[in-house]
Design a protein around this ligand. Structure first.
Ligand SMILES: C[S@@+](CC[C@H](N)C(=O)[O-])C[C@H]1O[C@@H](n2cnc3c(N)ncnc32)[C@H](O)[C@@H]1O
Length: 255
């Protein structure tokens, strides 16, 4: 493709979420406001650190599935770490078309991309992967528990989850009689994402109903889904402000 053809294709596929540099002065321009774009690098640093620490010299042998891969940004980050077998998965074909184009331009022809809904699939159709990424997706979902059960079914070692969280809510609910109570295991907030959803925002879930967990709720759901150990990662120095304040978290869930 000539430079002009590449630029025309970028224009036709846009708008773009990530700022990709395709070399030779050709790049995409992110539609994310400038004060938010640090989020990309903070997540990359946190994901790279936990993946490298866990797999070390095995990185070349593992299979990685990037659920909610969007334009492939973190699939490409895993390729840069040395992972060779990567599949990006997303509910939106339009996002995957951008990912396929970016993979070609960035020299990652081996990465494959597959359309599907993590809340509504037979996990056997995806197979088992040592590493699963689930970044920026959970808090857009209507059925988070179903999605986490599917994630557990397709993860054989490590799943990295990044999500917005709500402030913890502690309490007890009466359960059949005044004196019979059960403690909350964390909570899920219900969020109306209808304005974004009906405006065709390409980052939402597949319905306008979103749910957002508290940290304890996330831990409880991950363990119920089948993960043995859940660790919340510390944000690095200079992290994006939401991670620094722990309003967004990155956690490692181990099988
Ligand atoms: C906010 S973006 C996050 C993209 C990327 N993982 C990141 O962290 O930058 C959410 C992505 O998840 C996808 N997505 C939303 N609901 C999904 C579902 N139920 N199954 C698969 N992908 C989904 C969206 O299409 C979008 O590409």
């Amino acid at each position: 493709m000539t430079q002009q053809e590449i630029e025309q294709r970028i224009e036709a596929l846009g708008p773009w979420f990530y700022p990709f540099d395709f070399g030779g002065g050709v790049h995409t321009t992110s539609n994310v406001p400038p004060h938010v774009t640090d989020i990309f690098e903070t997540r990359r640093l946190m994901v790279d650190a936990v993946v490298t620490a866990h797999f070390a010299e095995r990185l070349k042998q593992i299979r990685c599935l990037d659920i909610g891969c969007h334009e492939g940004f973190y699939s490409f980050a895993m390729a840069q770490l040395g992972v060779e077998r990567i599949t990006g998965f997303d509910v939106r074909e339009a996002n995957l078309n951008k990912a396929r184009f970016a993979a070609e331009r960035l020299g990652h022809p081996a990465i494959t991309f597959q359309q599907g809904n993590i809340e509504d699939l037979d996990p056997a159709s995806l197979g088992s992967h040592e590493l699963v990424l689930f970044l920026g997706v959970l808090y857009h979902l209507e059925n988070p528990m179903r999605a986490l059960r599917n994630l557990a079914a397709i993860t054989s070692e490590l799943c990295v989850i990044e999500t917005q969280v709500i402030d913890e809510v502690e309490g007890e609910v009466e359960w059949g009689a005044r004196e019979w109570t059960r403690p909350y295991q964390g909570v899920l907030a219900l969020i109306d994402e209808g304005d974004e959803f009906y405006a065709d925002n390409t980052e939402t879930g597949h319905s306008p109903v979103a749910t957002c967990p508290s940290p304890k709720g996330l831990t409880f759901m991950l363990k119920q889904a089948g993960f043995q150990r859940v660790e919340f990662l510390d944000p690095p120095q200079g992290a994006y402000e939401q991670h620094a304040r722990r309003k967004r978290v990155v956690c490692a869930a181990y099988k």
